[in-house]
Design a binder for this molecule. Sequence first.
Ligand SMILES: Nc1nc2c(ncn2[C@@H]2O[C@H](COP(=O)(O)OP(=O)(O)OP(=O)(O)O)[C@@H](O)[C@H]2O)c(=O)[nH]1
Ligand SMILES: [Mg+2]
Length: 396
Amino acid sequence: MAAATASRKAGSSSFVPRAVFEVSQNITRSYFLGHHAGALGTMRQSLSNVSLILECRDSRVPLTGANPLLEKALAGRDRIIVYTKSDLCAPQASNRWVDQQKKLLSRFYNNGSLGGEQQQQEEEEEDEYGAYGGMGATEMGSGMGTEILFTDTAKPRSIKMLLAAIKQRAAHAESLTGLRALVVGMPNAGKSSLLNALRAEGMRLPKAAKTGANPGVTRKLSMPVRVMAEDAAAGVEGGAFVVDTPGVFVPYVSDVEAMLKLALVGCVKDGIVPTETVADYLLFRLNLRSPELYGELSAPTNDVAEFLDNVATRTGKLLKGGVPSRTLAADWVLHQWRNGNLGRFGLDDVTEANLAALKAKALAGEEHISLSQAKKREKAARKERRAAQRKAMSES
Ligand SMILES: Nc1nc2c(ncn2[C@@H]2O[C@H](COP(=O)(O)OP(=O)(O)OP(=O)(O)O)[C@@H](O)[C@H]2O)c(=O)[nH]1
Ligand SMILES: [Mg+2]
């Protein structure tokens, strides 16, 4: 269970947030389900018909939301990395902090490294939603490399930019039957919503895929959905189609904080990591920004129990006898944050050092452990959790 450091009750000005989040290493760190493995297999099999991968990552976890398992399985195809839900990451996608992230990510994915001679020109073309570069020669496929874009399904401009990038690829692919793209990513990253937005913008047609706030809505690969009509003048003979896929998680998340971030953005089913622990992590992150973000719900505090009691009282999440329900309050605050009503900010620091660390980790194959290894680790963690529970019960 998350161990909160000493609670501090005070006015905002004298409030000191926790500097580190202390959490048990035994929280569940795997969420690799049967349909994840199945989907990965089907995606691999369908690759011969696919010339573009639209890899979705939640903008709030631009580093943690990457799935090395998917990247490895689908390597060799042109790719556009789509950072989804950019509206939930910052009040304005054009804010300077986001711009900086876009630059760093773009350089990283176009060159596979940062700094030195390979660094892209700072003055590169840029746009609010980040169509940067993309012509790196590091990939196989058409040689058009990896492009990165930020989207917000409510902002047609961001979707138009993605369509333009797809069109460029389609013209390059010169397929008479149309370009076929797979939209992939972690559960709940916004893949089906993106497909619907592309179809609405590109074809003026209604929603073709089911979407939902919880992970695991899409269970199977879809039929190809048309998102772009033929445009012979632009060299796009057959238009473009997108195939929706189920979200795929990694077999095991080696870093506990990464698991908490993924749970917080809703990539993992609620309850896999105890909701109150996730709410505690949210409180920790809110406090690092400003306790004023939750000023209407509670006085500044580092104590999750106190925070949830205040939230429950304030929002009427009460059990019989007026007892505050921490579980309902935790559920409620998580949904508020996920919907952008409790501060809009990212959870990963996109810095050169962190990108380099991500690459080193991928090279070391840390997240590539097999499913059986993941199951063994999970079993050991379960055993430790049970032992800790027994110990706590015998001491009480
Ligand atoms: N604010 C915001 N919410 C979004 C955006 N895109 C998707 N969402 C929301 O994110 C949630 C998940 O969207 P889906 O499209 O179902 O995600 P998915 O990746 O297909 O999920 P699975 O099929 O379960 O893996 C839904 O509640 C969407 O409304 C966006 O650009 N902005
Ligand atoms: Mg879906």
